[in-house]
Design a protein around this ligand. Structure first.
Ligand code: PMP
Length: 336
């Protein structure tokens, strides 16, 4: 491999690896390592595509200001691209977010506006509403809005989808995604509908989220629970989530998600983030139910580095009631 001219050239074209040490029944299960994007997640792709689309359509001028309401991976993806392209980025972040994530964003030059986590839509301090207001107040500012920005699914329609089909030699029966904004599943799904109609798009959804039920029955539930998995699961169907491309939804508990994540690092050497565990648990359940051998792809959406003190910390898992303490005083269940 020759030298790249910028870290931005390292976004996308992520590797695909077969998971041979997990029990996938009669199927072959492959993982696409989105964790190997330079910012550590699948969201680098949309950081780049949403900024470049805004440049193309003139909504973003050289030295301009970007605004988004997120502390998650989208914030990091945008921050990486904004830093390299010389844009100012303001992120509105609810104050429950971990200090590590905020420090990471600040290190990339982001202006962080903290706001209250305990208020909902319509409240003046609700983080999405602040982003909308900042766009109006700051001349030339552009509110990225990943939930409805068409350049979000477009990144997966042009990048992730074609990459998967090529890496699978044109033969893929099912692909597992989560839904945060819906961009990943919608973009890959639209590409597969046109280029590999047999491929089923399956949403893996945390227990308490409404997406799997909406995909299976069309019913948009108003009963929303809570879950510990980060980055996926919703209490509404975002405009960027096209239910028409999803063939079914599988609901996964937090406990099953974290257990699958543990197996992924110990048996395959892959350190995934928490949503990776949800997708993997659903994919393995699907694979073991099959009578015929199928070729299945799941995503490693981000790296587990930022979840070390949670998903990979037995004491935290015990505190959350997700695993049982081994025995009182067992040092392996201590924080360090
Ligand atoms: N996994 C993680 C860790 C994420 O941060 C996200 C995005 N919130 C997703 C999965 C889901 O991606 P999308 O927004 O494209 O639905």
């Amino acid at each position: 491999m020759t030298a790249c001219s910028s870290v931005l050239d390292l976004i996308g074209n992520t590797p695909l690896v077969e998971l041979r040490n997990l029990d996938a029944g009669p199927c072959r299960l492959f993982a696409k390592l989105e964790s190997q994007n330079p910012g550590g997640s699948v969201k680098d792709r949309i950081g780049l595509s949403m900024i470049e689309a805004a440049e193309r359509d003139g909504r973003l001028k050289p030295g301009g200001t970007l605004i988004e309401a997120t502390a998650g991976n989208t914030g990091l993806g945008l921050a990486l691209v904004a830093a390299l392209k010389g844009y100012r980025l303001i992120l509105v972040i609810p104050d429950k977010m971990s200090l590590d994530k905020i420090q990471h964003l600040k290190a990339l030059g982001v202006e962080v506006r903290l706001t209250r986590s305990d208020v909902g839509k319509g409240h003046p301090e609700y983080y999405q509403d602040i982003a909308e207001r900042l766009e109006r107040e700051i001349p030339g500012a552009f509110w990225v809005d990943q939930f409805s920005n068409p350049a979000n699914p477009e990144a997966h329609y042009r990048g992730t989808g074609p990459e998967i089909l090529e890496q699978m030699d044109g033969d893929v029966d099912a692909i597992f995604c989560g839904v945060g904004s819906g961009g990943t599943i919608t973009g890959i799904g639209r590409f597969m509908k046109e280029n590999s109609p047999k491929t089923e798009m399956i949403v893996a959804d945390p227990e308490g989220s409404i997406v799997a039920e909406a995909a299976n029955t069309g019913n948009i539930s108003t009963e929303v629970g809570s879950w510990l998995i980060e980055g996926i699961g919703e209490d509404f169907i975002p405009p960027n989530c096209d239910l028409a491309v999803i063939s079914r939804g599988i609901t996964v508990s937090d406990a099953d998600s974290f257990a699958a994540l543990g197996d992924l690092i110990t048996k395959e050497g892959i350190l995934g983030g928490s949503s990776t565990g949800t997708l993997l648990a659903a994919a393995l359940r699907y694979c073991r139910e099959q009578k015929e051998p199928k070729r299945v792809v799941t995503l490693v959406c981000d790296t587990g580095n930022k979840y070390l003190s949670k998903a990979f910390n037995r004491a935290w898992l015990v505190d959350q009631g997700l695993i049982r303490r081994r025995r009182h005083g067992d040092l392996r269940d201590m924080i360090i």
